[in-house]
Design a protein around this ligand. Structure first.
Ligand SMILES: *Cc1c(COP(=O)(O)O)cnc(C)c1O
Length: 473
């Protein structure tokens, strides 16, 4: 492709995306497809001869687009959001065009220094402890793995990096409600699943601090070594808030690394009225949240902060001859802050977003989402056919259809069918979880393009599908 062709097709792609943003609301949120349908439509081999961009783009429209699940749809209420914005798409485009591989300062000074600066901005926006320093990771899963490795190394006086595990008594704590990435990270970091302690939760699904301390004491009595706690602010099932202010002092007392996973909820801490969700983060050794979830920066962009960069870097640094530069003593080489060597220039899109929206613009969006979730909660509370299943501190509403004449098993079947029917309309997309054995519908409001009308019409859809199913049974 020559420069003129690039210009032509570049404009075409941007025009197409602009139209897509305008009209995405008219597309089904999820495609009606069977597994294998898309693959069947594609040739078995890469083409021998190059094809024209017109043909390729046409195939994108005909073969790929119909198989997409539309995360940017205004009626995306599933999982947690992964929202984007035109600003972030432009930042991503420029980053791809620059094509820099930003492993160390020398491989792109601007990328490294911008990353430091935007992480510092985020730290101030969230009022994180001033001594914390940040790095952009691909995902919260990776950030949590890094925290686990640093905790392990600090606790073993950096011996495991040298010798590997000999007798593994290093214990990781988290709640029964924590994200699966903690288990995966603990396995990868060599702790082993059996050394993860799942601490019970209270009625709001938040970790019980006294149970945490009791478990620590038990482990110490058994000769184990309490090493790391991963607390969650905004659990994936129900957005429960672990009590950081109660857990932090316990970690200090027993010299346990305190990691805070706020992947979804962290963004809300830029609101003064919601900053309480991070009360106690001043005790944290590490903290992660995902601007790629709820802060308009397209996937991937995960903000990871550590209180002592030295602890992290000592755990992950490598010093091959071919990467040595004359300025290593003066600069920050982010390759030593994470798993991978090569790094994308992610700070650019985040910088675009933070500057274009300003803190106030982002706050406005978050406030709307939280307010509308509060409205859905009220509707549910006022309607006898529905039951709220968890508190709604932010923008996730957990609920189910309820009828006291039916047992839990029948209710579970009903709610599962209800969700399926709602999603089958293609008009909205919600997902589920199970809370205390109850099949639970989750409605998360977090899309840039969502309006109050989308929320209200979705509530109407939920009611009408419920009515239909009640008639059937
Ligand atoms: C989404 C989520 C994660 C995983 O995030 P990734 O960035 O996809 O790894 C981890 N923890 C919590 C609480 C989450 O909600």
């Amino acid at each position: 492709m020559n420069t003129e062709e690039f210009r032509h097709y570049g404009h075409l792609c941007i025009d197409w995306l602009a139209d897509f943003f305008e009209h995405i609301k008219d597309l089904p949120v999820t495609p009606a497809l069977k597994p294998g349908d898309i693959k069947k439509s594609l040739p078995d081999q890469a083409p021998e001869l190059g094809e024209s961009m017109d043909v390729i783009f046409d195939d994108f429209l005909k073969k790929i687009l119909p198989g997409m699940t539309h995360w940017q749809h205004p009626r995306w209420f599933a999982y947690f959001p992964a929202n984007n914005s035109p600003e972030s798409v432009l930042g991503e485009l420029l980053s791809a065009g620059l094509g820099a591989q930003c492993m160390i300062w020398q491989t792109s000074p601007a990328a490294e220094e911008l990353e430091e600066q935007v992480m510092d901005w985020l730290k101030k926006m969230l009022h994180l402890p001033s001594e914390m320093r940040g790095v952009i990771q691909d995902t919260a899963s990776t950030a949590t793995l890094c925290a686990l490795i640093a905790a392990r190394e600090k606790k073993s006086d950096y011996a495991i990096n040298e010798r590997g595990f000999s007798d593994n008594k290093f214990i990781v704590y988290t709640s029964t409600e924590s994200h699966s990435s903690l288990e995966k990270g603990a396995k990868i970091a060599g702790f082993g699943k059996n050394n993860i302690r799942l601490i019970p939760v209270d009625d709001s699904y938040a970790m019980k601090a006294e149970e945490f301390e009791r478990q620590i004491q038990h482990d110490i009595e058994c000769g184990s070594i309490p090493t790391c706690l991963s607390a969650t602010v905004g659990t994936t099932s129900s957005s429960a808030l672990d009590p950081l202010a109660a857990l932090g002092p316990i970690c200090r007392k027993y010299n346990i690394w305190f990691h805070v996973d706020a992947a979804y909820a962290g963004s809300a801490a830029i609101l003064p009225e919601k900053r309480y969700i991070l009360d106690g983060v001043e005790y944290a050794d590490s903290f992660v949240f995902n601007p790629h979830k709820w802060l308009l920066t397209n996937f991937d962009c995960s903000a990871f902060f550590v209180r002592s960069a030295d602890d992290l870097v000592r755990s992950l640094a490598i010093h091959p001859e071919y990467l040595k530069t004359g300025v290593d003593a003066e600069v920050n080489n982010y390759r030593d802050w994470g798993i991978q060597l090569g790094r994308r220039f992610r700070a650019l899109k985040l910088w675009f977003v933070l500057r274009s929206y300003g803190t106030e613009g982002l706050q406005q969006m978050l406030r709307s989402h939280i307010q509308w979730a509060g409205q859905v909660k009220e509707w549910i509370e006022k309607d006898d056919r529905f039951q709220l299943l968890a508190p709604v501190p932010l923008s996730l509403v957990c609920f189910r259809y309820f009828n006291e004449r039916r047992g839990d098993a029948a209710l579970n079947t009903f709610n599962e069918r209800l969700l399926k029917n709602i999603n089958k309309t293609g008009k909205v997309f919600m997902t589920h979880t199970v809370l205390r054995g109850m099949y639970t519908l989750r409605m998360v409001i977090g899309q840039r393009t969502t309006t109050f009308n989308d929320v209200a019409e979705t509530w109407e859809l939920i009611q009408s599908e419920t009515k239909k199913l009640e008639g059937d049974i």
